[in-house]
Design a protein around this ligand. Structure first.
Ligand SMILES: [Zn+2]
Length: 222
């Protein structure tokens, strides 16, 4: 085949491929892999494999203090769960640090864990470090949350109405994900940001003003 014909064919094939497989609107955000942060998971039984159908968002519920290291927190949570709860791996699939870094936890192929009484099969668990009853999430955390959830919803074909906070699953048992994060669920802002990101737009995320009855303290970034 001559050079020109080869080039023409390559162009044709690229065009066909682009038409058949449109570029996803929500790009995968950078994620620190479990192997990169030193995760030590135990094997998870096949019986706990699942197909993701919804996304459930949490806060850690533990106040984040200046100077804490997210990797140390991940390792401590994993070790605590293995020892005290017999959880083979982290209870969540993704965890977001105050500086916006996204860490991979448990593989999404397996259902997550919970301390409350909802059925975890089919849920992807996303946790933000901090206690949003008494501190406010950083803008970086909100930006990463929106990028991550938009990408996950797109990849797993999860509809917007299947994205919720922990308390949406078990209202009576928890305040998780904390009122200064849950506010964005209540006013529809979070889903509006996610929808824009899924459509390939820039959601221009800006945290709202402090709630009238608090919290007022922003989570420390470092
Ligand atoms: Zn929770």
């Amino acid at each position: 085949m001559g050079m020109m014909r080869a080039a023409a064919l390559a162009l044709l094939l690229a065009t066909v491929a682009a038409a058949a497989d449109p570029k996803p609107a929500a790009a995968q955000p950078p994620i620190v892999l479990a192997s990169e942060w030193g995760s030590k998971p135990q094997p998870i039984p096949d019986a706990r494999r699942h197909v993701p159908k919804s996304i459930t968002i949490h806060h850690a519920g533990v106040i984040w203090k200046s100077g804490e290291n997210p990797v140390k927190s991940l390792q401590a949570l994993q070790a605590w769960g293995q020892k005290e709860k017999h959880w083979p791996d982290l209870p969540y699939h993704f965890l977001i640090a105050p500086d916006g870094r996204i860490f991979a936890g448990r593989s999404v192929e397996y259902e997550p864990e919970t301390n409350t009484s909802y059925k975890t099969t089919g849920h992807i668990g996303v946790e933000l470090f901090g206690n949003f009853e008494v501190q406010r999430p950083s803008k970086e955390q909100l930006v990463s949350l929106v990028k991550l959830v938009a990408w996950l919803a797109q990849e797993h074909k999860i509809p917007l109405d299947q994205i919720g906070g922990h308390k949406d699953r078990v209202e009576a048992e928890t305040v998780c994900p904390g009122k200064d994060l849950y506010r964005y669920f209540q006013d529809g802002q979070l889903k509006a940001w996610i929808k824009t990101a899924m459509e390939g737009g820039d959601p221009r995320i800006e945290p709202g003003p402090a709630l009238k009855d608090g919290p007022t303290d922003l989570i420390p970034m470092k």
